[in-house]
Design a protein around this ligand. Structure first.
Ligand SMILES: NC(=O)C1=CN([C@@H]2O[C@H](COP(=O)(O)OP(=O)(O)OC[C@H]3O[C@@H](n4cnc5c(N)ncnc54)[C@H](OP(=O)(O)O)[C@@H]3O)[C@@H](O)[C@H]2O)C=CC1
Ligand SMILES: O=C(CO)[C@H](O)[C@H](O)COP(=O)(O)O
Ligand SMILES: [Zn+2]
Length: 341
């Protein structure tokens, strides 16, 4: 069959390409239904990812957050119409110590390898997770972002010391919201503070113990562990404040992506004996864990629906451009594309 793949060819410029694909294989054919825009896609779309990376990775289909429906399963295991979330990481080997998302040999969709902006996506069974039948698909669309938080907190749980009385989360956006929500679910007896820049965004964090503006942090406030979800240059300011307010031997989980190297006060990292734990992307196990949370704690899905921003019906390529442009000016929530192209 001929599959249409919608690729970014240069900043702000998409083109259609045609790929011949045989359906006589082990792979399941999925029709994407809801796609969600990540900050990483925006860095490619706007060209801010940097000239070198743009040159090396384009042309490339964007989007690594998405769900769809099974249209054909050669093994017959999945019924046609089954709603699934697609795993963007594609490992080519396994390692007993290194996670699939950290293996340098793994491919990641929409980072040098075609993403989900296609008519059909072809995936092996281990890259597909079945969703609950009654799942809100606009929320399911950004499941990959939820898996980032699940992955980070799973690693934190294994590596951090056991005093977890207070957590500080820096970044009053999508990822900060998800991390705070999961922290309150995982550690109901702990205090969770969100640190951000904007009053109306901080007001959305109704479930945290305190929402604090970064220019108004009490000097004597301390936290046991911190999660940085700011990104860009904001990561540097966030890490600076984290180091000031974290207790000795705390863990600083780094999630925000910065295009440029940021400065870190290593003297105080040493003096306080801090651990910096970077996490990037996620693996199939994190997706399964996340879908289990959706099933077992449906109130999490309700809270996540606060993050549904603009929802666009995409029927032609110019609708994709409109969705990306509008996402740039939306200050709260995720932009979702109902994939009807
Ligand atoms: N590690 C990983 O695997 C992943 C990392 N990411 C990265 O995480 C980051 C956050 O993503 P996302 O939540 O979607 O983006 P958002 O833009 O929604 O959130 C970032 C928020 O942090 C705020 N902020 C900026 N500087 C500071 C600061 N010094 N202290 C506190 N808050 C600050 C921003 O405010 P304002 O907009 O006003 O500047 C914004 O509200 C991005 O860099 C993204 O690329 C995303 C997915 C996966
Ligand atoms: O968003 C992400 C995962 O969800 C990562 O930030 C993204 O994969 C980084 O990739 P790139 O190097 O292409 O910017
Ligand atoms: Zn992403």
């Amino acid at each position: 069959m001929i599959n249409q793949v919608y690729r970014l060819v240069s900043a702000r410029q998409f083109e259609i390409s045609y790929k011949d694909k045989s359906i006589i294989s082990e792979e399941v054919v999925i029709r994407p239904t809801h796609l969600s825009i990540c900050a990483a896609d925006q860095r490619y779309y706007t060209g801010t990812r940097g000239e070198e990376a743009m040159k090396a990775k384009l042309p490339m289909s964007l989007i690594h957050e998405g769900v769809g429906e099974v249209v054909f399963d050669p093994t017959g295991k999945l019924d046609i119409g089954t709603k699934v979330v697609m795993v963007p990481n594609a490992p080519t080997e396994t390692d007993p110590f290194i996670g699939e998302n950290y293996l340098r040999s793994s491919k990641f969709r929409s980072s040098g390898y075609d993403g989900f902006m296609q008519d059909y996506v072809f995936l092996p069974h281990d890259r597909i997770i079945k969703l609950p039948k009654d799942m809100t698909m606009e929320v399911a669309a950004f499941t990959e972002l939820v898996t980032i938080a699940v992955h980070c907190l799973t690693r934190f749980e294994k590596k951090a010391h056991l005093r977890r009385e207070t957590f500080g989360v820096w970044g009053d956006g999508n990822l900060g919201y998800i991390v705070c929500l999961l922290l309150k679910k995982l550690y109901p007896d702990s205090k969770v503070y969100i640190f951000g820049k904007t009053g109306y965004k901080l007001n959305q964090f109704s479930f945290v113990d305190e929402a604090i503006k970064i220019d108004n942090i009490p000097e004597d406030l301390t936290i046991d562990h911190a999660i940085e979800c700011a990104g860009g240059k904001g990561s540097q300011y966030a890490v600076e404040q984290i180091i000031d307010h974290i207790n000795p031997e705390g863990m600083v989980c780094l999630l925000g992506v910065s295009e440029y190297p940021i400065e870190v006060n290593t003297r105080m990292v040493l003096e306080k004996g801090l651990t910096l734990l970077g996490s990037s992307r996620s693996g199939a196990d994190d997706f399964q864990r996340t879908v289990n949370i959706y099933k077992e704690q449906p109130e999490v899905v309700n809270y996540l629906s606060t993050l549904i921003g603009e929802v666009y019906d995409v029927k032609k390529l110019s609708d994709v451009t409109n969705a990306f442009e509008s996402d740039l000016s939306n200050s709260w929530g995720k932009t979702i594309m109902r994939w009807m192209i």
